[in-house]
Ligand binder design. Structure first.
Ligand code: ADP
Length: 716
């Protein structure tokens, strides 16, 4: 080491010149002082002393000049050598790239800085915790590359922390006892600098390890900094090249091993530039045959104009896809789905194509679509809602005519819950999706009932997961309107409970009296009273059953009404005559103009209407009074009113009294028998006549029931 000298090891900083100047001042001072003293001791003759002094002065000047010459000469040549060395390093490294660059760099740096070891390495390992050297120069020779853990080494500080240059001028081994390499090499001083990429990320490290303490830190550091920048740039370039090569290899693999046929063709000549194995296998042409053809040669003749049109509209970009037909070597024409990407290939504008043979898929889809269109014709003829929705996105895929007639025809791309329910912004709580599929397989249908919030009607829904044309599982629902059925059922239940309830009262009375008369000796007079009550109750029972049957019959037969022009006065008189003998307390008056137009009606049914209303007027006037039955023309209707002076009806009950089995329950009425069916029968009949019925009443003063019937056409 001692033999090798380095220009940079010499200290040409301000210290040496200062030392020289001080040394010179001392020597010169001593010389001036001592030489004059010596002359005066040795000689007494002043002339001799003066002459000798002049010679001494000349001598001093000559010695000083010679000294100055040597110092300046040495300094200038040292600078010259330094420049030469630097130039040599720069030239040495600029010619090379890659590993040769780093080999040259470490050698030149070691020589230039006269240090024992120089190494360059890049970060590697998981979490970048290791350094792998790219070039190492040690003890005058290139060394084998090696890998070491960063932990515990001075390089760790270089890489981590602020990633700045680290300088340990002396005692490096003592400072990093865990760094066995450092200790083993007997390193005393250390300089390390991070190598950063263009984004400032640390990629590697460049270090100097010296077995002696460093003397001239500044210059070494400056040199090191200059070459660190160049080294970092080269390291980044090498990494980019590696990445590029890896990417190229990956793409090559993707291209070559892709199971779908792929090729690249020249956009100008349309010639194949590259084809993969799958293309060779699938199309039956060898690579050589492909390269001798253009892409026109694999198209059926009729497709070529479209092909040429599409090529002229080339725009760079990925994923341009479309359906085409190709011809294989054996002449078979196949349907392919093409995905293409325009690129530059060997400097030519080219297109990369991936061809997916979809012949079988399209055939299957076409046959499924045909089947589906047949099925949809059937669905359209159904009087039921049929719709299909995606089970994940809830998007509607199909709705039959019946459903569109209810929910509207703009269902495409809408969500089922938004379209089919009112105000629903998220999937319905009652959605059956979860119950239709298990382990990716459809389960048996789910049958359930629901009242739809948009139509308010009841439906029996049959939900089933089915495979759609694209193979995806979707939910199909068939919803049959069961509102009528539901109403009937409810009506039936109501009727059964109401009728049985209504029957119980007269039956209890009849049974009570019968039992009493069987068990007791009853005088004839009392017997008559009891039998009278029993007869009344039996009649009430009879009326109830009669009314009930009438209502049922009416429902069943409302199409068999016989409508004809009727003189309403005749019907009213006939109805009133029924009641003349029943009550002494009531006065029945008919107020009907003689020239009243005939109405269109069924006489038997209208007779029912008016007997019911007159019977009620009498029943609900327990203290007697006048019952007026009036008729008057009103537009193309005849309005008949039945007014009494009875107990009246509370305003809030006016609407409800027309409901089946609806009876007002208060003390006044409790004693008045009834079935609650009369007015509903009246309403039913009047509606069948396209007429209207309503009531006006004042509590405690009386009620007026109005029936408006259309005038017979002949009369108009
Ligand atoms: P009901 O067999 O009870 O008479 P309706 O259907 O004929 O049954 O009448 C329903 C209810 O309407 C009766 O219970 C009664 O309370 C009330 N109502 C009907 N007509 C009159 C009327 N003219 N005056 C007062 N209330 C009446």
């Amino acid at each position: 080491m001692g033999k090798r000298s380095s220009v940079l090891n010499k200290n040409y900083g301000p210290l040496i010149p200062l030392k020289i100047a001080a040394f010179y001042a001392v020597i010169a001072g001593l010389w001036i002082l001592l030489s004059d003293e010596a002359l005066h001791l040795l000689f007494t003759d002043p002339i001799t002393i003066t002459r000798l002094s002049i010679i001494k002065g000349w001598l001093f000047t000559a010695v000083t000049a010679i000294l100055l010459y040597f110092i300046v000469h040495r300094y200038v040549s040292a600078l010259q050598r330094k420049d030469d060395k630097l130039l040599e390093v720069v030239q040495g490294v600029s010619a090379a790239t890659g590993e040769a660059f780093f080999q040259s760099l470490v050698r030149k740096l070691a020589e230039l800085l006269n240090v024992d070891y120089v190494l360059v390495g890049n970060l590697t390992g998981e979490g970048m915790t290791k350094v792998k050297t790219i070039a190492v120069f040690g003890k005058g020779n290139p060394m084998e590359n090696f890998e070491y853990d960063l932990a515990g080494t001075p390089c760790a500080d270089v890489v981590s922390g602020e990633g700045k240059m680290c300088f340990h001028p002396a005692g490096a081994s003592a400072q990093f006892p865990q760094d066995h390499l450092l200790v083993g090499m007997g390193v005393e001083s250390y300089i390390g600098t991070p190598l950063r990429d263009a984004d400032g990320r640390v990629m590697g490290v460049m270090s100097i390890l010296n077995c002696r303490p460093f003397e001239s830190k500044n210059e070494a550091e400056a040199m090191f900094r200059i070459f660190a920048v160049r080294a970092a740039a080269e390291l980044e370039r090498m990494q980019r090249v590696d990445d590029l090569q890896a990417a190229e290899a990956r793409y090559r693999l993707l291209f070559e091993s892709n199971p779908h046929p792929m090729w690249v063709y020249d956009l100008e000549t349309l010639a194949f530039l590259a084809v993969n194995d799958a293309a060779v296998i699938h199309y039956g042409y060898s690579r050589e045959e492909f390269f001798a053809m253009t892409i026109k040669d694999i198209r059926p003749a009729e497709d070529i104009p479209r092909l040429l049109g599409s090529i002229t509209q080339v725009s760079p970009g990925f994923g341009k896809s479309g359906y085409w037909r190709h011809r294989k070597k054996d002449g078979m024409v196949i349907d392919v789905e093409i995905t293409s990407h325009t690129l530059s290939f060997d400097g030519k504008a080219a297109k990369l194509v991936l061809a997916n043979d979809v012949t079988e898929r399209l055939q299957a889809e076409t046959s499924l679509l045909t089947q589906f269109s047949q099925i949809s014709t059937i669905f359209d003829s159904l009087n039921a809602i049929v719709y299909v929705a995606d089970m994940e996105s809830y998007r509607l895929i199909y709705m039959n005519n019946y459903a569109t007639s209810i929910f509207g025809s703009d269902w495409q791309n809408k969500l089922c819950y938004e379209m089919l329910q009112a105000g629903q912004t998220k999937p319905c709580d009652f959605c059956t999706n979860d119950r239709l599929v298990q382990n990716g397989e459809p389960l048996p249908p789910c049958i359930w009932e629901l009242q739809n919030t948009r139509t308010g009607r009841w439906y029996q829904c049959t939900d089933k997961a089915i495979r759609w044309v694209n193979g995806q599982l979707v939910r199909m629902e068939i919803a049959v309107d069961i509102t009528e059925h539901k109403d009937m059922e409810r009506l039936k239940d109501e009727m059964v409970s109401a009728v049985s309830h209504e029957m119980r009262t007269p039956l209890t009375a009849i049974l009570g009296f019968t039992e009493f008369m069987i068990e007791n000796e009853v005088p004839r007079q009392e017997q008559e009273t009891y039998l009278g009550t029993m007869q009344r109750e039996a009649m009430r029972l009879n009326e109830l059953i009669g009314n009930f049957l009438d209502l049922q019959r009416l429902r069943a037969q409302n199409h068999s009404f016989i409508f004809m022009p009727l003189d309403i006065r005749e019907i009213l008189e006939e109805a009133v005559s029924l009641f003349h003998s029943t009550s002494q307390k009531h006065n029945l008056i008919i107020d009907c103009p003689a020239d009243l137009s005939k109405v269109r009606g069924d006489s038997g049914q209208l007779y029912h209407v008016f007997t019911n209303l007159i019977s009620n007027a009498i029943k609900y006037s327990p203290y007697g009074g006048t019952v007026t039955i009036a008729a008057r023309p009103e537009g193309d209707m005849v309005v008949v009113s039945v007014s009494d002076e009875g107990i009246g009806i509370p305003a809030e009950e006016l609407e409800r009294i027309f409901e089946k089995f609806y009876r007002l329950d208060n003390t006044d009425r409790r004693t008045i028998g009834g079935t609650g069916l009369g007015l509903s029968l009246v309403r039913e009949i009047v509606h069948t006549h396209q007429g209207k019925v309503w009531v006006e009443s004042e509590l405690g003063k009386g009620s007026s029931f109005f029936v408006a019937l259309p005038v017979a056409e002949k009369e108009l």
